[in-house]
Design a protein. Structure first.
Length: 372
């Protein structure tokens, strides 16, 4: 039977992600609109985003937190081009975004002492191969593969190199061991459903020291420069951004942060995401035609949850299109470089009740496509 009840919010995209429950643009402050981001008010609002990000995520007081251009991609590129080259690099990749960082290392920066450890979609490379004397690059959560780093125990506390972590689909949904990481990047449009184009850059004291004492062999564009005359540009981490940010997008992010705080902070966000995943786990356990892309539960993502289904690639496209046509689920197809299948965002801004309403539609869509 065709279901009659649909998700209230059928937005399951893995970025930009669903807005927080109860979201309305009418809730956003507008007094900053039309004002300079370098005005006292503008800098105060940006500094507030930085401070509330630090508080909600539990980022150590001696780590720098800044707002930078071009989303998570810009933040991570900024870190790579500014910090790498001083030591050999170990890169771990198991999906398309991690593969993109490897391309930058080997074809753009052309760092000669680079080791690449790669796993297929659905698997995790052997992280224990990381050399403590090397800089390390990895994604905490593979957004396009549904495979996450289960913990940070493989990163040594007495490491000599820096660890650079793209954590954009992990923060606000997973436990991040900050002391194990020297560079962490993420964006507003992922786990809290903020607007696009802005990145967050978190630097440990060790990363700051590298910035002060190491000068890359290549020129750096303006939007990558974090030092001047050997000194860190502290204003970047105090609300004075390198380029012009969207103050409206910043207000949107502040709204998301306030909601997160109101429901219980980081523990509540993580629990909501894990509860969402649990619904899919029960569904997969009782349906033989759908499978997690991640081959082990221990590193199964609780945000970008990826599946394969027992349909041909063309049938899978019809499955996804049918859900969209019926307004039961939007943007739930696998990433273009991933194996054909499904991908549903399960972060905290997605309501558990909407996933419960979605699941019967998956059964119906499968049967419809199979008999066509």
């Amino acid at each position: 039977m065709k279901p009659t009840i649909k998700p209230l919010i059928p937005n399951f995209s893995s970025g930009p992600c669903a807005k927080r429950p109860g979201y309305s643009p009418a809730n956003l402050a507008t007094d900053i609109l039309g004002r300079s981001h370098r005005s006292g008010l503008g800098k105060a609002r940006l500094a507030r985003s930085i401070a509330e990000t630090r508080a909600l995520l539990g980022i150590p007081a001696d780590y720098r937190v800044g707002i930078v251009p071009a989303s998570d991609t810009g933040a991570f590129e900024m870190a790579m081009w500014s910090l790498l080259g001083a030591r050999p690099v170990d890169a771990f990749t198991w999906e398309s975004f991690g593969e993109g960082w490897v391309t930058d290392l080997t074809k753009q920066l052309k760092l000669p002492d680079t080791r690449v450890f790669k796993a297929d979609y659905g698997r995790l490379p052997d992280l224990s191969q990381a050399d403590a004397a090397h800089d390390v690059i990895f994604t905490w959560n593979g957004t396009t593969s549904g495979v996450k780093t289960p913990h940070g125990d493989w990163i040594r506390d007495d490491r000599e190199g820096l660890t650079l972590c793209d954590a954009t689909s992990a923060v606000y949904a997973m436990h991040i061991p900050w002391s194990k990481l020297d560079v962490v990047t993420f964006s507003w449009q992922k786990a809290l459903g903020g607007e696009a184009a802005h990145g967050m850059l978190v630097l440990s004291p060790r990363a700051v020291e590298r910035l002060k004492t190491y000068k890359p062999a290549w020129p750096l564009p303006k939007i990558f420069r974090m030092t001047k005359g050997g000194a860190l540009l502290e204003e970047i981490f105090e609300g004075s951004t390198i380029n012009t940010p969207s103050m409206l997008a910043n207000e949107d992010y502040l709204d998301a942060l306030a909601w997160a705080k109101s429901i219980g902070g980081l523990p509540a966000l993580i629990q909501r995401s894990e509860d969402n995943l649990a619904l899919f786990e029960s569904f997969v356990a009782s349906h033989s035609w759908i499978h997690f892309l991640a081959d082990k539960k221990e590193y199964r993502s609780n945000t970008s949850v990826c599946f394969t289904i027992d349909l041909t690639p063309d049938q899978t496209k019809k499955f996804v299109k049918l859900l969209e046509t019926e307004q039961a689920a939007y943007d739930c197809g696998a990433y273009k470089d991933a194996p054909p299948g499904l991908r549903f965002w399960c972060g905290a801004t997605v309501e558990k009740s909407d996933i419960e309403k979605l699941l019967p539609w998956l059964e119906w869509a499968y049967e419809e496509v199979k008999k066509a």
